[in-house]
Design a protein around this ligand. Structure first.
Ligand code: ADP
Ligand code: MG
Length: 396
């Protein structure tokens, strides 16, 4: 894969349009988590260090093509200025007169934030006129919003085809980590896929069995695979109508030489609540009135062995109902094993997915993984092997 980075771009004296993800949580006008803003700071500092003038394109919320004052980006200006330590100006629109005037007035060492791109209906339609209007404001385009790269919108894809385009620091780091995990990984590669349902992760499972050496299946979706093998799972969450699909995935894995790792023992309970009485049983011995809520200790040992014998790990989906103790035990133990191997330099570990990030944070190991993607949908589509239009546009 070849994409340009800031290092290959001449930015001196140029207006640089930068697509960023600053869709931060805001409560009563106050930013409650500025992580996304902090993450774009290196890119903006580097652009300024190279003599460029950063002009930020971003969306906020879902205004659906209309001006919704509550979804203005303007309240983010002071937070941006504080995190950057630089003056941040604001333009009331992302194209047209107000934007042009603000760009013309922008001084060296200043940053300009343009109003919510999704105030224009053309943004999500990748409208050519809107893309051209954005492109007319600058001379170079930089995309630092991997999390929006699975959408072909004017600000994520359209502009990239008009101006010389490059990946920002955050985008480049994400692409490098993902490439190391699945694009061109050091083998053996083990993937962990857990979570609630097979039906939401079919494309992902289908892609992974053809790319990884071992696929650990956990969480509720493992129950569906047990059902597919004729095993009764009692009252467990399972998609009985997906049994045939699960069998097809098992066949595809076998043909591709991918080892499927299903739990050998499981934790069952009669109630789905914190501290519910639970017991460990063999995976084929779930009582009829019980539910499987976690993988058992023997399963965790086996998973740990696969981690030890791997060089690369890619993980999406918890191994159990991790929100409720003690059903977070297997997820925590496997996460700690992966973290220890990563710290020791024996494993490259990449994880992503909304609940997965929450589970790894809860296990206290997020900082030890090689890379944790907070990109959500874009991460999943990438794991499914789909081409992300925002990334593809940087390759040309
Ligand atoms: P992600 O957001 O990381 O992609 P998912 O949304 O697919 O992950 O899955 C997370 C959900 O799966 C959690 O809410 C968790 O409680 C649920 N889950 C995992 N294992 C089980 C299980 N055995 N029974 C019921 N729910 C489960
Ligand atoms: Mg989820």
């Amino acid at each position: 894969m070849a994409w340009k980075t800031l290092d290959e771009m001449d930015l001196a004296g140029k207006v640089v349009l930068v697509r960023v993800d600053i869709n931060v949580p805001v409560e009563n006008g106050v930013v409650t988590d500025a992580t996304r803003i902090e993450k774009i700071v290196p890119t903006l500092r580097d652009i300024i260090a190279k003599g460029g003038k950063p002009v930020l394109l971003a969306h906020f919320g879902r205004p659906k093509g209309k001006v919704v004052p509550e979804m203005s980006l303007k309240p983010l200006v002071p937070v941006l200025a504080e995190k950057l330590g630089l003056p941040v100006k604001f333009a009331e629109d992302c194209v047209g007169g107000p934007a042009k005037a603000a760009v013309a007035a922008l001084g060296t060492g200043e940053v300009l934030l343009l109003e919510n791109t999704r105030f224009h209906a053309g943004e999500e339609k990748n409208d050519a006129e809107l893309s051209a209007g954005m492109a007319a404001l600058g001379e170079v385009y930089v995309n630092d919003a991997f999390s929006a790269a699975h959408r072909a919108h004017s600000s994520t894809e359209g502009v990239a085809h008009i101006l010389p385009a490059a990946a920002g620091r955050l985008m480049a780091a994400e692409l490098k980590a993902l490439e190391a995990a699945l694009g061109n990984p050091v083998r053996p590669v083990t993937a962990v896929v857990g979570g609630a349902k097979v039906s939401t992760k079919l494309d992902l499972l289908g892609n992974l069995v053809s790319k990884v050496d071992n696929l650990v299946i956990g969480g509720g979706m493992a129950n569906t695979f047990l059902v597919a093998q004729g095993i009764s799972v009692g009252k467990s969450l399972a998609e009985h109508d997906m049994a045939e699909t699960a069998r097809e995935i098992l066949k595809k894995a076998e043909a591709a030489g991918c080892t499927i790792v299903l739990p050998t023992d499981v934790v069952v309970a009669r109630e789905f609540k914190a501290g519910a009485e639970s017991e460990v049983v063999a995976a084929d011995a779930c009582p009829e009135d019980a539910m499987i809520l976690d993988a058992g200790p023997a399963a965790v040992s086996r998973i740990s062995e696969f981690f030890e014998n791997s060089k690369t790990l890619i993980w999406n989906g918890p191994l159990g109902a991790f929100e409720i103790a003690p059903f977070d035990t297997a997820t925590n133990a496997a996460a700690q094993k992966a973290a220890a191997l990563t710290r020791a330099g024996a494993l490259t570990s990449v994880a992503g997915g909304g609940d997965t990030v929450a589970a790894l944070n809860k296990a206290g190991v997020a900082a030890d993984f090689s890379y944790i993607s907070t990109a959500g949908g874009a991460f999943l589509e990438w794991m499914e092997g789909k081409e992300l239009p925002g990334v593809a546009a940087l390759m040309s």
